[in-house]
Design a protein around this ligand. Structure first.
Ligand SMILES: [Zn+2]
Length: 198
């Protein structure tokens, strides 16, 4: 294979990553080319480690290296409260605040009719099953304060309106249209503390 073809294959892989355009892919490609063998091997083995050992919790959908994650299986976590988030990353951001003593449920997306994502495309069915198996007192919906995040929160609160579950939504602090990822720990912590019943 000629040099350019080999490089192009790498660029194609790199530019398939989120937020990496063709230019950045080329820059990263050349960075990797110049990397010392040890650093390159470490990079590859870290990728393989992620591929081979990290999976998604069968209960909450967060990342884990077991069938059931440490949070779901912890006897120290409250079982009467579930915090609903969009992505597994959000569990990490919220855990850093230390505000959630209960468990989590990752939806793996939000309802977005324009993108063809209905309630059946995200993990709402799994959430309802969990609530049926282990009823909770409070369901804190911490989807991002975007149109889709709000619509998803409304949808969930509507289908659960005839239950005794208190449904809350993270409040002030997280900028409308923003994502949890960009909120600092203090802001996110305040947003969880001042949640509203919906
Ligand atoms: Zn879990």
């Amino acid at each position: 294979m000629v040099t350019e073809q080999i490089l192009n294959k790498l660029i194609a892989s790199l530019s398939s990553l989120p937020g990496v355009g063709k230019k950045s892919a080329l820059r990263i490609g050349f960075y990797l080319l110049r990397l010392e063998k040890k650093s390159f091997d470490d990079f590859i083995s870290n990728l393989l480690l992620v591929r081979d050992s990290i999976t998604f919790c069968e209960s909450c959908g967060s990342i884990t290296d077991k069938k059931i994650c440490d949070i779901c299986s912890s006897p120290d976590r409250l079982t009467n409260m579930i915090c609903v988030v969009e992505k597994p990353e959000d569990v990490i951001f919220i855990e850093r605040t230390g505000e959630i003593k209960g468990k989590y449920h990752v939806l793996d997306g939000v309802i977005s009719p324009l993108d063809g994502i209905g309630p059946d495309k995200i993990r709402i069915r799994e959430l309802l099953q969990r609530l049926k198996d282990n009823p909770v007192e409070e369901l804190l919906i911490a989807t991002n304060p975007t149109i889709q995040g709000d619509a998803t929160a409304s949808y969930i609160s509507t289908i659960l309106k005839d239950t005794n579950i208190k449904i809350t939504r993270i409040a002030h602090g997280v900028t409308v249209g923003s994502t949890l990822e960009y909120a600092d720990q203090y802001t996110l912590s305040k947003a969880i503390k001042s949640r509203n019943t919906i």
